[in-house]
Unconditional design. Sequence first.
Length: 263
Amino acid sequence: MPDAVLSTLQLCGASVPVKRAGAGPAMVMLHGGGGAPNFLPGMQKLAERFEVIVPQAPGFGGAPTPPWLETIADLANFYLEFLDALDLRAVHLVGLSLGGWVAAEVAIRDASRLASLTLVDAPGIAAAGAAPYDPTSMSEEEAVRAIYFDAKRADAAVARAFTPENEAVRRANQRLVAKLAWQSRFHDPQMQRWLHRIRIPTLILWGENDRLFPVAFAEAWHEAIAGSRLVVLPRCGHLPIQEYPDAFAATVGEFCLQAAAAR
């Protein structure tokens, strides 16, 4: 499988680590609240058919938070600058968890460089009958375990998260996510009013057993974005890219190729 190449881009006053692998249509993945992951097996599978590009957002991974970063909308504007800086066109934009919220904001603001949009277990909207996620309702360990359906994966994630070498970065990411999303209870009603502006092919991919943002949120995204496709993976928690990398890569890859063929 293709190995990722790491580079650093200076943009908007921040040093942005960027992982890239593969060749073909550009696929940009926006990470969630844990920061840019290692180049996961699901990403490696997609890199067999796409050029997969994974930037780390300013302020994550222990990097200094730039003074302009105060809202999810600021991150969306930053990623629009990122697409311009790399002159990426016909991009398949994939947002993982919190990155899905950001990706939706990008598509609302300017989809001229986008070929498709994929939202994976994304917060950002309200769902009828579903309570908003409250991170203060769980202990830190419970919150990590709640991400996964598979208990062994949850055990491994807890073991990784609370090691001394990971503690400082984990807490820095946590503070930034709190600043960007906790006060709004992971919901922006203003954005939700403008989701009709998303007119590019859109995939909503969800874990059936997501305990943070249940399937009702997937259905709310699906209803709000006209013509979107909803795929729910059984026996899967909040991170399909980790729990079912092959199904994740196959579903996202086929959707993006179909979207490109229809352009």
